[in-house]
Design a protein around this ligand. Structure first.
Ligand code: DGP
Length: 114
């Protein structure tokens, strides 16, 4: 999509602090971090939100989680722990409508959620 910030990050048209990229996903540091480690893992292909997922996307979304785990290992937070969040629409707090997983860690996460 031409007016999507994360599509422009995937293509390199908007600069980002990238930590990982393959043929399916791109990961970069959040511009406004909520934790010492805050990385966004996005699909290279534009999908608005979880609400738009199709059965055909299941392998891609599985890959998104595997990439998040591998990045957590590389960032040194896998053993201390981390939180993965995917916000959907207004009540979920979604502000960028291109599906993305937040990887948060480097400090104890706050409870309760929601
Ligand atoms: P969400 O609220 O779940 O849609 O999260 C969107 C996140 O995207 C939010 O934490 C801030 C981040 N973000 C928005 N614009 C940019 C950008 O241009 N670059 C980077 N690195 N992060 C961005």
């Amino acid at each position: 999509m031409t007016d999507c910030i994360f599509c422009k990050i995937v293509t390199g048209d908007i600069p980002s602090d990238n930590v990982y990229r393959d043929e399916q996903v791109t990961a970069f540091r959040d511009i406004n971090p909520s934790a010492p480690t805050h990385i966004l893992i996005v699909t290279n292909q534009h999908i608005d939100s979880v609400n738009k997922l199709r059965v055909d996307d299941e392998a891609l979304i599985g890959h998104l989680f595997t990439a998040a785990k591998n990045i957590a290992v590389k960032e040194g937070i896998a053993e201390s722990g981390y939180r993965l969040i995917m916000n959907t629409n207004a009540d979920g707090g979604q502000t960028v409508f291109h599906i993305h997983l937040h990887l948060l860690g480097g400090a104890p996460m706050k409870h309760p959620m929601g």
